[in-house]
Design a protein around this ligand. Sequence first.
Ligand code: PLP
Length: 366
Amino acid sequence: MQPYFAETFGNASSLHTHGREAAAALDEARMVIACALGARSGEIIFTGCGTESDNLALRGIALAMRQQGRGNHIITTPVEHQAVEATAQQLRDVFGFDLTLLPVDGNGCVDPDDVRRAVRPDTVLVSVMLANNEVGTLQAIAEIGRVCREAGVPLHTDAVQAPAWLPLDVNALHVDALSLSAHKFYGPKGVGVLYLREGTPYMPPLTGGGHERGRRPGTVNVAGAVGAATAIKLVSRERESQARRVQALRNYLIEGVLSTVPDVRLSGHPTERLPNHASFVFKHVDGESLIMALDLEGFSVSTGSACSSGNPEPSPVLLAMGVPPDWALGSLRVTLGYATTEADVEAFLHALPRCVAQVRAAEQMV
Ligand code: PLP
């Protein structure tokens, strides 16, 4: 990325030499990302983050479809990232779309037959995430894609969690739009990608100049795009061997947690999940206190429950999966990376039972 901050600093939209050099780098980055997704260069739009890609996909497609008189109905799920959830809610509450939330089972899975049943003649968009950020569950996107294709309804998938772990091919998945975020595959923060299939109705939610063929106006972050393209090239090389290695470590971690900590359950699908992802719910444990206790031991993990004004709220994703609220308050998400070692997992398994016991003891005293 460095040359594009200092030497090749031109604006990719400028016609002069500096601009054309930057534009060449941007074209190359776009081609690399397109190749990694089985897409065409012109179908790749650089954005500012995964959230923006989700926003552009949902608003851009839904509004264009409605303008073409295709209908007013959107289908999504109750386990989406807030970037999709809040956009869909706004489309319902402010723009007057009819919104259907598909059911999910206890593992957080959507049944493609439920998509088939939910699609109506006035459905303009289906959005189902590929891999869940909180519980790691993978959805049957290719099957859902076939259902949408048969019905002639565009399908968007939020694949932000996937590229470092799963090969992605937009044609095998039968998707019309797909969101990525570079920092989730070891690229820079502040760069997103939206794949938008040629011919998909789309009204640019951001209005302005002609950048990104008018689909995302605004000067493009050239260094960021180069970083994202380099990152996807690097993960494409390592993905298969890392996924195998990390999945074995992750399985060891799950077995260790379930056999050493009382009153704990795995959340999400036992096998159809991201290979690096382990998530649990604990009875009588405050998720945020557990995060703090583990942080003191040197582990950076997260919880799905959010504490606003001293009142912990269980994760809506876990509630939609039928996890009882008192368990959902004690959720823990542990993700492994390309750099995680067996010694790291051993150390975690050593620290966790002690941290859980500490948090439970402290809660009993309150
Ligand atoms: N979608 C999913 C599934 C995510 O996990 C995230 C971020 O964690 C996002 C969207 C948003 O991405 P960004 O932080 O780049 O806006």
